[in-house]
Design a protein around this ligand. Structure first.
Ligand code: MLT
Length: 411
């Protein structure tokens, strides 16, 4: 009989979002009349921007004609998209990249998991706690951890706690680590990292020969002009960091699938013999072998994000969700709940009232207000006593959610 990867058996329960979906389904089956508003998973609700739709249609038509039909594309992505990304995302921020440092993919989640293919087994891995669960679970699957303790913390990982008391700013570790996951604007807390904070991490990475895996999937939500959008805006970062980006949360591609990962040619790893190896060539090799690229049609849709009308429409979409976040924030504050995030991010992170645990608050919110959110403890032990609400929804549903929050006793 085929042997399984037993590391999977170490994983604590299901992935967080399927677990929430399971509980929500059970609640809805027991209360079929309840009109549950979903503020749990950060999935967009508004249609794709018209400029993207037009580009998708045109690309479909190209596929219908022999002269313009395309088969396999480059595994790394078409140059038209890689160049547009460099020109519109990075050059205006003073970051110069070559096209072969940008790899188009089907998702930042996939890439943050897949990147482990090119990294060794013995790296000491640090995550901020609470954390986007994918960073932890993919390391568990790859056998980089021991078993989990009763709080869900896996042996071998370094957890860096963030909470209201330290303003959600992760301290650089006072021990050696090789691999660091940072996500800014942060999922789940909705907080951002200043230039100074990122500079400290880049300096740490230089001192320790560490690699920063920087997830910037929510960068479009940054409203504060002082906050960096890319880790590569920080001096020295291109020697120590890989950045993950996505079209999901800005242009609404969660179901359309397009993202990209920047692996500068200057970022290196080491062999056990101490030989330095550029990670760019390893990632290129990995992608060429295991991935056949994103559909041409979808890449044309993504490139339309950078047309003048595309840019304006994406800005409107992001502003729409940011306004939702503001309504949620202020609605929660009006009932005396402490809230964080939601200004430079589509997530509002709140302190559960009355000392309720995250899952107790989840049940209470569902039962009393028919609102579905995400328990902070699902993102890590330090998320206990916190709760996440997503601003991805229609205005009508957000306004209704705020009314319900204001109309029930949640303590
Ligand atoms: C979330 O709710 O945290 C996001 O939907 C996760 C993701 O983008 O994969």
């Amino acid at each position: 009989m085929a042997r399984v990867n037993e590391n999977f058996l170490k994983l604590k329960s299901g992935y967080l979002f399927p677990e929430i979906a399971r509980r929500a389904k059970a609640f809805m089956e027991a209360h079929p009349a309840a009109d549950v508003i979903k503020l749990g998973i950060g999935d967009v609700t508004e249609p794709l921007p018209p400029a993207v739709i037009r580009a998708l249609h045109e690309a479909v038509d190209e596929m219908a004609r022999r002269e313009t039909f395309r088969g396999y594309g480059p595994e790394q992505g078409y140059e038209f998209l890689r160049n547009a990304i460099i020109e519109h995302e990075f050059r205006p921020r003073g970051v110069e990249l070559d096209a072969d440092e940008v790899f188009i993919s089907d998702g930042a989640k996939c890439d943050t998991g897949n990147i482990l293919d090119i990294l060794g087994r013995d790296n000491k891995v640090a995550v901020v706690d609470p954390v986007y669960p994918v960073y932890v679970d993919t390391n568990v699957m790859a056998g980089h951890t021991g078993p989990a303790d009763e709080h869900g913390r896996y042996a071998g990982l370094v957890y860096i706690p963030v909470h209201a008391e330290n303003d959600f700013v992760p301290e650089v570790p006072n021990e050696h680590v090789d691999l660091i996951y940072l996500c800014y604007p942060n999922n789940p807390t909705g907080t951002v990292a200043t230039r100074e904070t990122l500079q400290k991490w880049v300096e740490y990475a230089h001192e320790h020969g560490a690699l920063i895996l920087f997830d910037a999937a929510y960068e479009a939500y940054i409203t504060d002009p002082a906050i960096p959008h890319s880790i590569f805006e920080i001096d020295g970062a291109r020697d120590v960091a890989i950045e993950f980006r996505s079209f999901s949360k800005n242009a609404g591609f969660t179901g359309t699938r397009c993202a990209f990962t920047v692996v500068p040619k200057t970022v290196q790893g080491t062999t056990s013999a101490g030989e330095r190896v550029p990670l760019n060539s390893l990632w290129n090799r990995r992608q060429s072998t295991k991935f056949n690229g994103v559909a041409y049609i979808v890449q044309r849709g993504a490139a339309a994000v950078y047309t003048p009308e595309g840019k304006q429409q994406v800005r409107q979409l992001v502003d729409f969700y940011l306004e939702n976040a503001r309504l949620l924030r202020e609605g929660l504050q009006s009932i005396g709940i402490d809230v964080y995030g939601g200004i430079n991010a589509p997530y509002v992170w709140l302190k559960t009232p009355g000392g309720l645990s995250s899952w107790e608050f989840f049940d209470r919110l569902l039962e009393r207000a028919h609102l579905l959110g995400t328990p902070g403890s699902g993102f890590g032990a330090s998320g206990e006593g916190y709760f996440r609400l997503s601003a991805f929804n229609s205005r009508e549903q957000i306004e209704e959610a705020v009314e319900r929050l204001q109309g029930v006793d949640l303590t």
